[in-house]
Design a protein around this ligand. Structure first.
Ligand SMILES: Cc1ncc(COP(=O)(O)O)c(C=O)c1O
Length: 578
């Protein structure tokens, strides 16, 4: 710290009140030189110090530089593990390294670089067994991906050894704008630095006001959607519980129709609507108030499953109590990336309105741009009575959930559905920044469409290469899946991809679908890099398996003319086909 202070004196930025009154406001330039390394330079462009967080850098400027100092953000340098070294340090900044912050950063970088060089190291395990000893056995993702996460930026996570992982899971769809998105992060840091309110129950706050205004202006009004916004408890299941509760209150009925393979959360009301027995069996009580109907194509491509539902509804002796609501995912995320057709969704809405049943679209995973538009139902041209949103609504991975409902359904009495954490102001700030930055123009939608096409063509190629192992490609937009014939093979492929540095989750009744839920902001090169890793994992698991040599048709086809090559090449010849 002292060395940096010395620097400020040399560079002419003094705390001299008399001079300060007349002189031009001093400037300090702030830049993220590499992930989680912030540098300050004064206006003579002398390197002035390195910090592990932007907030630390701010604090330093505020405590060491004159109050009038303007902090100017300059664009980050590209992210690269090897860039941003300290070689360009001035003498002063070399001194600055002696300060506590800089020293710590440099040591971390050194550890990281040496870890990178260790090519033998394929996976990083936590150095401590505290997780085994102390964390509940309910943990799930951590079992498939045993890494000790340390830092993340965009579509990349770094573990504690500095190993890089491409993140095709993105917080199960909570990080549509990527990890630590700089636009959202800056907004949040500014808000916190200015002592913006953090907790306010459901009191009106400036942050909430800005969010509501931005949501109305950027999303609702342009689509002529007239919805009231209910802030529920902060997770997706809270929004689902609130939606079915108000639907029951409004209609005076209790049954809610859900669909096979649907997932709506793990609290009891949502669990009753969820298909998977793995989750349902843990409920401990009877799950009530829900009836499951077959989702689109559940009975094969020829059968319109809504015929069945409509027949049940029209027959007073069918045993189906007249429902309050139907809840549906337009693309089933956890259920295996099953995408309902536009015709099916439109007919579902028609059946609901004909029978005075409220239609709830659960857009918790498929919303916020995941399928292309902000809402996943826009493409079908429907207007649900209610919509649930969570996951990426805050955009920064901060907990936040809402129910959107047509005004006539907002029949709550004050405080009737209460909760301490209804409205997270930090989430409002990042959500507003995301809306302002990504949803005021068509650019983001276009970029999602471009990457969706790239994803589709790459997945199609993998499917063509492995026609016997891959059943089909499924999903919509940047919410896609490869359904494998053999769940164990799917597990082996994602495990291999993880060892090679990419995180892919699985979904579906038997976890047989490899899921693609990467940040929407992923660079096309990163998208390709991740899919290269996956394709190599297919090769390693399927082609390289000795017992599959004789009878695996896809291997035979691929081997044609390149047998010698495939014996010697560590990473697969199939990559040549990309
Ligand atoms: C469609 C859908 N609804 C509800 C939920 C539950 O959200 P949460 O896990 O935040 O309670 C999820 C979670 O994956 C989801 O995908």
């Amino acid at each position: 710290m002292t060395a940096v202070k010395g620097k400020t004196e040399q560079s002419g930025i003094h705390k001299t009140p008399g001079k300060a009154a007349t002189a031009k406001a001093p400037k300090v330039f702030l830049c993220e030189t590499k992930p989680c390394v912030w540098s300050i330079r004064d206006d003579t462009n002398t390197h002035g110090g390195l910090f592990q967080s932007k907030l630390d850098a701010y604090r330093f400027v505020r405590s060491e530089f004159p109050a009038r100092t303007k902090v100017i953000h300059i664009p980050s340098t590209p992210i690269s593990r090897d860039s941003g070294s300290f070689s360009t340090r001035s003498e002063l900044s070399r001194n600055a390294v002696a300060t506590r912050q800089c020293h710590r950063i440099q040591r971390d970088q050194t550890t990281r670089r040496s870890a990178m060089k260790n090519s033998q190291k394929t996976t990083s395990r936590p150095q401590t067994d505290i997780f085994d000893r102390k964390e509940s056995s309910v943990q799930s993702y951590a079992r498939n991906f045993p890494l000790l996460c340390r830092q993340a930026k965009g579509a990349v996570i770094w573990d504690n050894d500095g190993r890089k992982y491409l993140d095709f899971l993105a917080g199960a769809g909570s990080l549509n704008y990527g990890h630590n998105n700089p636009v959202l992060k800056d907004a949040l840091i500014d808000y916190i630095s200015s002592d913006g309110i953090t907790h306010s129950l459901d009191l009106h706050t400036c942050a909430k006001e800005k969010f509501l205004q931005a949501f109305n202006d950027a999303i609702l009004e342009p689509q002529q959607l007239d919805y009231k916004v209910q802030f529920t408890g902060p997770t997706g299941t809270n929004a689902v519980e609130a939606a079915i509760k108000i639907a029951r209150k409004v209609t005076g009925r209790s049954t809610v129709i859900s669909f096979t393979n649907g997932f709506h959360g793990c609290s009891l009301g949502s669990l009753a609507l969820t298909g998977n027995s793995h989750f349902r069996n843990a409920s401990g009580v009877a799950l009530q108030g829900a009836v499951a109907m077959p989702y689109d194509k559940y009975l094969g491509p020829e059968t319109d499953t809504l015929d069945y539902m409509e027949t049940m509804l029209n027959d007073p002796a069918s045993g189906l109590d007249h429902p309050a609501a139907v809840i549906v995912e337009t693309v089933q995320g956890e259920g295996g990336l099953n995408a309902a057709s536009m015709e099916w969704l439109r007919r579902l809405q028609t059946i609901c309105s004909k029978n005075q049943i409220l239609l709830i679209v659960d857009d918790i995973q498929a919303g916020c741009g995941r399928t292309g538009d902000f809402f996943s139902f826009t493409a079908a041209g429907i207007q649900p009575d209610m919509v649930t949103l969570s996951k990426s609504i805050s955009g920064f991975g901060l907990p936040m959930a809402v129910v959107l409902m047509k005004p006539e359904h907002d029949q709550w009495k004050p405080g009737e559905h209460n909760g301490t954490f209804r409205g997270n102001n930090h989430a409002f700030v990042t959500a507003t920044a995301a809306l302002d930055h990504y949803w005021r123009t068509e650019d983001f939608t276009k970029s999602i469409a471009g990457k969706s096409q790239l994803l589709e063509s790459r997945l199609q190629k993998i499917s063509n290469l492995y026609p016997h192992e891959v059943v089909d490609i499924r999903g919509r937009g940047m919410m896609r899946g490869i359904r494998c014939r053999n769940p164990e093979q799917a597990a082996a492929i994602t495990a291999q991809a993880f060892r090679d540095g990419a995180i892919f989750e699985r979904a579906g009744s038997h976890d047989e679908v490899i899921k693609f839920l990467m940040p929407l902001t992923i660079e096309p090169a990163q998208l390709n890099e991740g899919l290269d890793i996956l394709q190599r994992a297919f090769h390693t698991v399927i082609d390289a398996k000795p017992c599959a040599k004789q009878d695996n048709p896809s291997r035979k086809r691929k081997s044609t003319g390149s047998a010698a090559k495939s014996k010697t090449i560590n990473h697969p010849a199939r990559l040549e086909l990309i």
